[in-house]
Design a protein around this ligand. Structure first.
Ligand code: FAD
Ligand code: NA7
Length: 537
């Protein structure tokens, strides 16, 4: 039993029941034997995979690396049915995980955390929920997700719309779109998946496109029993190899620059990647510098542009669908996205050229005088990413310092897990966490935090806080890696550029999974270098 535990209602409180929070609960409750409660605002567990029930929703990390690797038995037992798992299957996986470890008994659903205040005299956190209940804890772990606050943009007159209206990131169950006139705003990853799935069932689909996207085939396929057995037999190998990579995707990134081969050879490599499927593979497994060098990037971009011209039959539609700039948004993959626009029941409304004039009770009118009659509007307009879920919460650290103020020029963290002035607060996937397939990074962080908490609990004064210097150094490292990436050269949610008024700055560590793990090990083996341990102030 940790010292001081009798003074507080809980040893630890975790917020968020996605991959991060669920695993954290298991580590702290079952391995460290702490008194823990997990608070989740949704009516069910699953995080992203609870909320994103839109048609076509799935991961584009491959299923066999989009799961927990710490439980080798579970990895052998769970049989993913497809290469890229669909939302219901990921949700089923997480429900199974929660049942396996009896996690639900320690989770309070429909519980929104509204504030958390650090008591400096007694070194505990006071956590308040919307229903007015207060809990106190030594350790507060936020696992709020990087994509859990929906972006509802100001589309003129949208409040007039009398039909159904949904955001992909808060999509209800059992929505019927068959035979309806559906409009989709947004052509990012969620939009492309939604559009491709809705086109065959809607009476009519109108796609309101602001920025055209580069997308490559996903090449979805189901996994045969033999393939599943083969993957299971190679799990250790896959995860060992993953530790040497940047993206933790379960394959090795290319180390050959695009300029090192002839155009003929280059096009063959792009064609092979197009045939094999996968957005991240197309950007990172083909050549080493598509994500960093503008000339190399253009070779990939022009290859995709050529494909759009081949696929889309109507030249005006093809032109409107073709991006002209860098291939530098999150790489997308799809199930026949561009071909959707050859269907007679699909219209592309290019709202960059002809913006929305207003939305009426049953239609969207654009400035070229066209009126698009709709029964349903789907907003695939993205998220207030990374720290977006922290904003509505009133989190106060030392001296009552409000996190929203502390982060007013952009979020600060050390390793994406700790914030100076906020002792004993740990974040899973906080700002400036690694840009990877996220489950391996979540696992690393959860395990690191759990070991840190075990160490803190042995201290005479059980408290740990990162220094401002270590935090500033980490932010600088993140800035340096980001400046090498093409992602920073266009408007991107990774940097906060999708939300009007949000500070555009680094929000991910682009130094890679392997290097990140090395840093975590160094900090830990160096006695938590960069942290102050056991000092109240
Ligand atoms: P989340 O799953 O987002 O869980 C956070 C939880 O915190 C939510 O349930 C939320 O309700 C809760 N919460 C937030 N604020 C409060 C509060 N104040 N009080 C109580 N509860 C609160 N990642 C990949 O690596 N590969 C992919 O292919 C991929 N595909 C994606 C596709 C979509 C459509 C989306 C939206 C995301 C995708 N992601 C992908 C990212 C995905 O979010 C992560 O992989 C992972 O699921 C995040 O888990 P998490 O536990 O960190 O957060
Ligand atoms: P994204 O990638 O942020 O995409 C949002 C889309 O919505 C994008 O096409 C935006 O156009 C569009 N958008 C945003 N605001 C508007 C308005 N006001 N009008 C029209 N269109 C708008 O979000 P996703 O959900 O697709 O993907 C986020 C992550 O979730 C993704 O990386 C995956 O990991 C899963 P823009 O490009 O800004 O012009």
């Amino acid at each position: 039993m940790p010292r001081g535990s009798s003074d507080v209602t809980h040893d630890a409180i975790i917020i968020g029941a996605g991959f991060g929070g669920l695993y954290m609960l298991h580590r702290l409750r079952d391995l460290l034997r702490l008194r823990v409660e997990l608070l989740e605002k949704a009516a069910g567990i699953g995080g992203t995979w609870f909320w994103n029930r839109y048609p076509g929703a799935r991961s584009d990390s491959e299923s066999w690396v989009y799961n927990f690797s710490f439980d080798k038995e579970l990895m052998k037992e769970w049989r993913w049915s497809e290469r890229y798992p669909r939302q219901p299957e990921i949700l089923a996986y997480l429900n199974n995980f929660a049942e396996r470890y009896d996690l639900l008994s320690s989770i309070s659903l429909n519980t929104v955390v509204v504030s958390a205040t650090f008591n400096e005299d007694e070194s505990y956190w006071n956590v308040k929920t919307e229903d007015g209940v207060q809990r106190t804890c030594r350790f507060l772990v936020t696992a709020l997700g990087v994509l859990s606050t929906t972006n509802l943009p100001a589309i003129p007159g949208i409040e007039n719309f009398k039909g159904e209206i949904y955001h992909t990131g808060a999509f209800p169950e059992n929505v019927t779109l068959k035979g309806k006139r559906v409009g989709v705003f947004g052509t990012g990853s969620s939009g492309v998946q939604t559009i491709t799935a809705v086109a065959p069932i809607a009476e009519h689909l109108t796609v309101f496109q602001r920025t055209p996207q580069y997308s490559v085939p996903a090449k979805h396929r189901s996994l045969s029993d033999e393939q599943i057995e083969e993957i299971i037999s190679r799990q250790d190998e896959i995860y060992d190899e993953m530790r040497k990579t940047n993206l933790a995707m379960g394959w090795v990134e290319s180390n050959v620059p695009a300029g090192a081969v002839s155009q003929e050879e280059r096009d063959k490599i792009y064609q092979d990647a197009w045939d094999a499927g996968g957005g991240f593979q197309f950007m990172f497994k083909t050549f080493s510098d598509v994500g960093t060098n503008e000339e190399a990037n253009e070779t990939a971009a022009s290859f995709i542009r050529g494909k759009i011209a081949e696929i889309v039959e109507d030249p005006d539609t093809a032109r409107a669908l073709t991006p002209t700039g860098l291939y530098a948004k999150r790489p997308l993959c799809d199930d026949g996205y561009y071909a959707v626009f050859n269907r007679p029941n699909v219209t592309l409304a290019d709202i960059k050229t002809h913006p929305v004039e207003y939305v009426s009770s049953n239609s969207v009118r654009t400035v070229d005088g066209r009126s698009h009659d709709l029964d349903v509007i789907i907003l695939a307009t993205g998220f207030d990413g990374v720290e977006g879920a922290y904003v509505p919460m009133d989190i106060r650290g030392r001296g009552g310092l409000r996190l929203n103020e502390y982060w007013s020029s952009g979020p600060l963290s050390f390793l994406g897990m700790a914030i100076s002035n906020y002792p004993n607060l740990f974040m899973v996937l906080g700002p400036n966490s690694p840009f990877t397939n996220l489950i391996p990074s979540i696992e690393k962080q959860v395990e690191w935090i759990a070991r840190a908490i075990a160490v803190i609990n042995e201290l005479p004064e059980p408290i740990m806080e990162v220094s401002e210097q270590a935090q500033a150094d980490w932010v600088r490292v993140c800035d340096e890696f980001a400046s090498q990436s093409v992602f920073q050269k266009i408007d991107n949610w990774f940097f906060g550029a999708n939300i009007p008024g949000k500070t555009v700055t680094s929000r991910f560590y682009f130094g890679g999974f392997s290097r990140y793990n090395d840093v975590l090990e160094q900090v830990e083996s160096g006695g938590y270098a960069g942290f102050v341990l056991g000092a109240k102030s």
